[in-house]
Design a protein around this ligand. Structure first.
Ligand SMILES: Nc1nc(=O)c2c([nH]1)NC[C@@H]1CN(c3ccc(C(=O)N[C@@H](CCC(=O)O)C(=O)O)cc3)CN21
Ligand SMILES: CC(C)C(=O)C(=O)O
Length: 222
């Protein structure tokens, strides 16, 4: 959603996700690549979930998939995908694709440990914990044999994930800073570097100092 300028994850289609997965797979052939099942591609039935996961692996080239939710229907869908031979990462706590029923991007916590245990039992190899109080995330990490990957869930998870654009500080526009969650830390300010470079480019084009002779190396041949 961030790469495509959306304010939330709901508009992302399976076809768009496939395109992004292929780009990532081309750039990074070695790491374990997990494709996220987008909203609308897995909720109707376990069969729909398997079908979408198979597309992400077959056409997207990913090694595993991630899907949101810990309700019984989602646990069944995760189990069906694993039984089809595809590794699944679960995702509980704040599940951004459920903002319609949650009433916004709200912190969750109550059923996190139970849901994570159910996803482990269904065969998930890892589980994302998003916007969960740190003691709940720590308890889930203790209770599970599979790794927990935290985002806004404290430092006691097995691993961490953060949206690349958020940690690099790629956003300059007020619209984008509105959608960056408060758990994010900016480890760089790439947006300022981009803005500075583009401003200098425009200034030199307008002043006709770019392109200069060095950047116009072609000679008349006759
Ligand atoms: N740029 C970006 N980074 C993300 O990590 C991200 C997105 N966008 N969009 C999709 C989801 C949405 N995410 C979010 C968005 C906002 C909060 C947030 O600040 N929530 C408030 C609660 C607000 C409320 O209760 O209404 C909080 O206190 O954490 C958390 C996660 C995480 N994801
Ligand atoms: C794991 C995170 C980045 C995620 O899937 C989301 O917030 O949509």
């Amino acid at each position: 959603m961030v790469a495509n300028g959306h304010g939330n994850t709901l508009p992302i289609s399976l076809d768009l996700m496939l395109e992004h997965c292929r780009a990532v797979v081309r750039a990074a052939p070695r790491p374990l690549i997990v494709g996220d099942l987008p909203f609308g591609s897995y909720e109707s039935s376990a069969a729909q979930a398997v079908e979408s996961a198979v597309r992400l692996v077959k056409e997207g080239g990913v090694d595993a998939v991630k899907m949101e939710g810990g309700a019984p229907s989602r646990v069944s869908a995760a189990r069906a995908i694993v039984e089809a031979g595809i590794a699944v990462t679960g995702h509980v706590g704040l599940t951004p694709q459920a903002i319609s029923v949650l009433g916004g991007f709200r912190v969750q916590g109550k059923t996190v440990v139970e849901a994570a245990l159910a996803l482990q039992e269904a065969g998930c190899f890892a589980v994302v914990l998003e916007c969960v109080p740190s003691p709940v995330a720590a308890a889930a990490t203790q209770a599970l044999q599979i790794p927990t990957i935290g985002i806004g869930a404290g430092s006691l998870c097995s691993g961490q994930v953060l949206v690349y654009h958020d940690l690099l500080g790629m956003f300059q526009s007020p619209d984008h800073s509105k959608v960056a969650p408060k758990f994010c830390k900016q480890f760089g300010n790439v947006g300022a570097v981009i803005t500075k470079a583009l401003t200098e480019y425009r200034e030199e084009v307008e002043a006709r100092s770019f392109p200069d002779a060095i950047c116009t190396p072609y000679k008349m041949s006759c």
